[in-house]
Design a protein around this ligand. Structure first.
Ligand code: 4AZ
Length: 267
């Protein structure tokens, strides 16, 4: 009798562990909540019209690079991301100063323009980047500088932070509260090898490779367009990857320096 109870409780404990431990210690896979006051350049890209009021209509991230300019991932504005809807400045908002998407703090700012270079996809130069112009200026203190092409912030091994309201488990559980985690910038060869035989290839000129050796810390769906920050500067935007938090497949980011020249024209 006692041994049956023992076996039963072992089974119970084991199944509890299986259901309560997130896959690969995942969240922003492996992350923790952060205040927007500590990272005011992190913004949400949202559409209540397309995605409804839940989580303020957030569907991607973005980053403030000047008082009226926000960068996001070009693929966030694709038909695939927006369903039947075309990216139109009238149905998009940039949400600044809101940590918890369940409330209404901060501001929901309309756009005056959206710029995606034609033919620019995740595999093209200048990369998976789009520029949004805000209808209203943000405080200058919200902007983060972009690391230039020769900045030491791009050095392999540099610690970098990812920010976003995306999937925390790789199973469609999106965050309400802004998450952040630390990864390392990896050599281009790591992503060239990891993605050598996948559908999408890694392009060192326009992309940046980042992750942690054991996996478990990564960006995921819904974090796209959000910032990768090293030494206080923007080095990348969340772009793509195979799954989330895998030790075999690092995260791929749009290289911020590759987009910088293209961005200048729109400020
Ligand atoms: C996505 O679907 C996505 N693990 C973004 C980042 C990563 C994977 C997927 C990187 O937007």
């Amino acid at each position: 009798m006692r041994s049956i109870n023992y076996a039963a409780s072992l089974i119970m404990i084991t199944s509890l562990m299986i259901t309560t431990i997130p896959k690969g210690a995942n969240t922003v896979i492996g992350g923790h909540p952060v205040d927007v006051s500590d990272a005011p350049w992190v913004v949400a890209l949202a559409s209540r019209e397309i995605f409804g009021d839940n989580r303020s209509g957030q569907f991607c991230g973005g980053v403030v690079v000047s008082r009226r300019t926000v960068l996001t991932a070009a693929h966030c504005l694709s038909q695939k991301s927006l369903g039947i809807h075309a990216a139109d400045k009238s149905n998009l908002r940039v949400i600044a100063g809101r940590k918890d998407l369940g409330n209404t703090t901060g501001a929901e700012i309309p756009l005056t323009s959206i710029r995606i270079d034609s033919g620019m996809g995740a595999n093209a130069s200048p990369g998976d980047v789009a520029t949004l112009t805000l209808s209203k200026s943000l405080p200058a203190s919200y902007s983060i500088p972009i690391a230039g092409p020769r900045d030491k912030a791009y050095a392999t091994g540099t610690t970098a932070e990812i920010y976003g309201w995306g999937d925390v488990n790789g199973d469609g559980s999106y965050a309400d509260v802004l998450q952040s985690t630390q990864v390392h910038l990896l050599a281009d060869t790591e992503c060239l090898h990891a993605y050598a035989h996948t559908k999408r290839q890694y392009r060192p000129n326009s992309m940046l490779c980042a992750g942690v050796r054991d996996g478990g810390k990564d960006a995921c769906q819904g974090d796209s367009g959000g910032p990768l920050v090293a030494l206080g500067k923007l080095v990348g935007l969340v772009s793509w990857g195979s799954g989330c938090g895998s030790s075999k497949f690092p995260g791929v980011y749009a290289r911020a320096s590759a987009a910088a020249e293209y961005i200048e024209g729109s400020q």
